[in-house]
Design a protein around this ligand. Sequence first.
Ligand SMILES: [Zn+2]
Length: 330
Amino acid sequence: MKKLSVFIYFILLSCSKDITVDESRSALEFTLSVSSYEGGTVNYDNSTDGVFSDGEIVNISAVANENHYFIGWSNGSRENPIKITVNSNTFITAKFINKQDLITRFEQIVIGNGDNGPVYTLKWRQMNLFLDGSLTSEFKEELGLFVRELNFLLNNDQDFSINQVTELSDSDVHMMRTDSHTFKGVYSEFEDIPLENYYGYALWWFNDFGNIESGKVFINSQSVSSNVVIRWAIRHELGHILGLKHTTEESSIMHPNHRPGVNDVFSDLDKEALRFLHDERMNVFSNTDESREVLEGILGINNTNKAKNKPNTSFESKTKPGGIIYACGK
Ligand SMILES: [Zn+2]
């Protein structure tokens, strides 16, 4: 009934020269649908049963359950409470994440399991990315989208930015979409590596200050051609360059293999893990125990078990500057 009345009112407006509009009636009305995903609830004044006048401002609060925390709204905002100006039919949903799931994901992809990366935190500051090779418009567009997404996601870190540059000499990271033979011609250190068997390779270096400062990315032009694989490969390989390691969790973008429809892009857990790496309270060279303590503090978890594991004896030797290489996808 509500939709019908709005529709009729539009008709009246569009041919209203000879019709007197009832001034006592409010202007256009729209519906506002507010909901929440698992892990919390939403509060707002809904005494008009979801129908609001054009331009009306509605205050909505997201309230997380004890074991969850609020990560933002479906429109991308993290503001809480949020003010929504109703000027069209609007749907908005609050998103929450389980705190322990976030800590687990952080330990998987940021700290790493030790098999293929250092077991501590490393952060970029400014990353200048140069893209070349066999480039399609889809590839360039997808990379541009992800660069914008990363700058928005990591806006909690004033020191971080990622930018595309037009000259290789101005770059820190060189991403090439090409065939394995051509890539090996440019970077001979890959000569003995079977690049052709994988979607991509990432190699990066960090310095004494715990900052990753350079990287090389191979994207296999022979196998990375469909849009869905391009989407995954760009995000997965740049995930490595950002310091993320592989995980056995199939729903993560950092699983070594692409699962179409399952891990095409960064999940909410992946995004939050990367965002927490860039929280100013998270120091570089933090290991599992140190980062867990920081995360629990940020998340407001009262950890009654303060017993620490023995220090990781190999940790010291791993804080030397170095590089890590990853083979990804098939
Ligand atoms: Zn990988």
